[in-house]
Design a protein around this ligand. Structure first.
Ligand SMILES: NC(=O)c1ccc[n+]([C@@H]2O[C@H](COP(=O)([O-])OP(=O)(O)OC[C@H]3O[C@@H](n4cnc5c(N)ncnc54)[C@H](O)[C@@H]3O)[C@@H](O)[C@H]2O)c1
Length: 341
């Protein structure tokens, strides 16, 4: 059993801890959170040790890995501390606020010989996993055109409203849109150039965006858009349409079936999804009800630790690349210029 120390028992901390419990190969033995109410809740739920800081937890708790679910501006500090304490690390996305911070994290991880994965969960989301397999198999021919979209009601649950503060979150581009940019880089290779425009949210951050990417190694261009400023009642939705040479693919989290393939020849079909969703998350107050992708991600990382393997689905360098792309998109939207990566 892998012993987990979780940092930040907020929206994602709840999601991750439920997945550790559900997957059954890891156990929450310690939780660090600055909020005493969160510490009480975690102690009650997991009968674990609780700490007011990550430093105290690293000093005293008997743990194998640290699961970092703190606000984004704290990721670099917490990852470096965990690596220096010799712990393996799962760190929520986006990896950090800057490429320089990512480099410091990667250096600390390498220097201490620990294993780290950035929780780019879309790479583990069943529908997106199937799309990746379909494209990589070559069965549908090359990607010719791709359009991805992610829409969310405002993240008003966040501790101290950190998500609305671009200095602490990087805005909706870094927080929400990063999912699609990471996935597009996974599927098509990273873009060489981006052009974007955006809309500022209540805290002055770029919370809605439309972005074009050119020069992906696959040869296709990309378009992606995201908004964290939908109305409170708007249902969370992620979608993607891909035109391949031999078929078109439509993914829509709000549709049933959520994934369809429309071949040039033959009947449209709904591909089988690899892992059934394991249940509803009733404890979180956010907009994500399914544990599926999170469960797959945590099971994968814990499995890598148990087998002594480095994760290959997401490397620390992939996390860094996603940050680099999102910062380029932010710069393009702010300057009106095309930005080269
Ligand atoms: N993968 C996804 O789909 C997804 C979804 C939402 C958020 N996230 C990411 O997860 C991270 C956390 O987001 P969230 O929505 O859970 O935020 P949140 O505000 O709900 O939770 C943050 C928690 O961290 C605690 N905290 C703050 N400072 C701390 C410190 N110094 N030490 C210990 N605990 C501290 C807060 O008390 C709170 O409990 C962010 O990086 C965010 O981008 C990922």
């Amino acid at each position: 059993m892998i012993k987990v120390g979780l940092v930040g028992y907020g929206f994602m901390g709840h999601m991750h801890s439920q997945c550790h419990a559900a997957a059954g190969e890891s156990k929450i033995v310690a939780v660090a959170d600055v909020d005493p109410a969160k510490r009480d809740e975690a102690k009650e739920k997991y009968n674990c040790e609780v700490y007011a800081s990550v430093e105290e937890m690293l000093k005293s708790a008997d743990i194998d890995m640290v699961d970092i679910c703190t606000p984004t501006y704290l990721h670099a500090e917490h990852v470096v501390a965990a690596a220096n304490a010799g712990k393996h690390i799962l760190c929520e996305k986006p990896m950090a606020m800057s490429v320089e911070e990512c480099d410091k994290m990667i250096d600390a991880v390498n220097k201490n010989g620990v294993t780290m994965m950035v929780a780019q969960v879309i790479r583990f989301w069943p529908e997106y996993q199937v799309v990746k397999e379909l494209i990589d198999s070559g069965k549908l021919g090359k990607v010719q055109w791709l359009s991805a979209r992610r829409l969310s009601p405002p993240a008003n649950w966040a501790w101290e409203k950190w998500l609305w503060d671009p200095k602490r979150s990087g805005g909706g581009v870094m927080d929400l849109h990063v999912h699609d940019q990471d996935y597009i880089a996974y599927l098509l290779g990273a873009p060489k150039k981006v052009q974007a425009q955006g809309t500022k949210g209540p805290g002055g951050g770029l919370d809605a965006v439309q972005a074009l990417g050119w020069g992906h190694s696959s040869g296709a261009n990309s378009y992606a858009e995201g908004s964290l400023i939908m109305s409170e009642t708007y249902p969370f939705n992620m979608s993607m349409v891909i035109a391949c040479e031999k078929a078109s693919i439509k993914l829509d989290s709000g549709a049933d079936p959520s994934l369809m393939v429309y071949p040039n020849e033959g009947e449209p079909y709904a591909p089988e999804l690899p892992s059934p969703e394991i249940g509803e998350s009733t404890e979180t107050s956010g907009n994500l009800s399914s544990l599926g992708g999170y469960y797959n991600e945590i099971k994968y990382f814990v499995g890598c630790l148990k087998e002594g393997k480095k994760p290959t689905v997401v490397t620390p360098e992939d996390g860094r690349e996603a940050v680099k792309i999102c910062l380029a998109i932010t710069k393009s939207a702010e300057t009106g210029q095309t930005v080269e990566l």
